[in-house]
Design a protein around this ligand. Sequence first.
Ligand code: HEC
Length: 189
Amino acid sequence: MKCRLIVSSILAAGIALPAMAADNQEMVMEARKVIKEFATQLKGELKKAMKDGGPVNAISVCNDKAPKITDQVSSRSGWSVARTSLKPRATANNPLPWERKVMEEFEARKAAGADPKTLDYSDVVEEDGKKVFRYMKAIPTAKVCLNCHGGDEVKPEVEMRLKSLYPSDRARGFKEGDIRGAFVLKKTF
Ligand code: HEC
């Protein structure tokens, strides 16, 4: 707990406000619910596209639908929702400095034996005079992800399509169980 507070004050760049524990817990629960909805929708679209036309076809889902689903979930839930990574594919998903620090902390916790599924982080900061609750949750790499984020598992035709869409792609070479990235949720209150 003490460690968390110190980390959040360093991360916050501004002022980290020690929110009331009970309120915080409620926000964490809400954020997790939104992530569940978001992840289910993304995975559903991905599975369907993979079944219909394999990974080359499914790239368009991630390329075209993922940003749209992100916007939809954001406007429906009232949360700002995003995905990021230490090795991003889309430049639009490049991490902010505080997000990078949290993901580096996730990597350190994983290296110390933590299960990536359990890695999350929350704090409250002040931005433009308003309190903002921030939540991040690690996204583990599953086997199906290796079709487009793995090493040798990525087929040549998939590789070609990815290269043309994402010339500065860094989201390759992942293994099952690695942390692929993180969900980032924010809410002003
Ligand atoms: C069919 C190919 C494909 C598969 C399979 C796939 N992804 Fe992706 N992934 C992409 C593409 C393309 C993007 C870039 C999306 C964009 O332009 O916003 C992406 C982006 C992401 C991002 C956002 C951060 C970044 O790197 O830009 C995360 C996180 C992510 N994928 C996780 C996963 C996980 C976890 C799985 C497995 C459950 C998975 N992906 C499976 C193609 C794929």
